[in-house]
Write a protein of this length. Structure first.
Length: 88
């Protein structure tokens, strides 16, 4: 099911203007931030952040360089599983 949510990313100090943001729930969660994009997408059409489940693992994909077509960071979130917590 495809769901889009329009919201904004507020600045921490409140001195900078808010950044309009769109969240897309379709085969994971993707985030579009106004003024940010991906190398392979036209301006205004990139989704530079995606959270997905791939081969049974949850991973965060980030396109941190507009000049790169491929994802620049893949973060496997397996280490954040609550079942991995060590008791002290």
């Amino acid at each position: 099911m495809k769901t889009e949510i329009q919201t904004q990313l507020d600045s921490y100090e409140g001195n900078e203007p808010a950044i309009p943001m769109t969240l897309l729930n379709e085969n994971g969660l993707s985030i579009k931030l106004e003024g940010y994009g991906q190398g392979s997408a036209d301006d205004g059409h990139g989704w530079p952040i995606t959270l997905e489940c791939y081969e049974g693992k949850v991973q965060l994909l980030v396109w941190a360089d507009i000049n790169c077509e491929d994802v620049t960071h893949k973060i496997d979130l397996s280490g954040a599983l609550e079942s991995n917590r060590r008791e002290e």
